[in-house]
Design a protein. Structure first.
Length: 137
């Protein structure tokens, strides 16, 4: 099994070889993999291209604006629906925790995005994914 360090160096050389599909320049290794953290400052599209975080956020925001269903995240305080990088997509207007069968609890949210559209979602809770569906009210 490869060590983490070997894996991220490999990822970084692939990144520098391919570059960012969004056209932004690839920063230094320490900026892409900040030491002492477990984060990496890049995203990958489903098709495999590398994209920098700000451009990935823009892509997510555009995809969200065009979507009728969207998988996002419920922020740690439960007040916002965000992209996986933490950009706000919608503001939570109500939250309801219900017992769901034998496998625990589900959090139901109603949220309003910047365009005033209403979304209904459900997921395991704060800091976790939330499945959204655009609704009427
Ligand atoms: Zn970019």
């Amino acid at each position: 099994m490869k060590t983490n360090m070997a894996t991220i160096h490999e990822a970084y050389s692939e990144l520098t070889a391919r570059g960012f599909a969004c056209g932004c320049s690839v920063p230094a290794f320490e900026e892409v993999f900040p030491p002492g953290t477990c984060t990496s400052r890049y995203a990958r599209r489903a098709t495999g291209e590398f994209v920098c975080i700000p451009c990935a956020e823009e892509e997510e925001v555009r995809a969200f604006a065009a979507a009728g269903r969207y998988d996002a995240y419920l922020s740690g305080d439960g007040r916002e629906v965000t992209t996986w990088t933490g950009r706000t997509l919608a503001r939570v207007t109500s939250r309801d925790v219900r017992t769901a069968g034998f496998c625990g609890r589900q959090t139901y949210v109603r949220a309003i995005d910047a365009a005033g559209r209403v979304w209904h979602g459900r997921g395991p809770g704060e800091g976790m994914y939330v499945r959204l569906r655009r609704g009427r009210g």
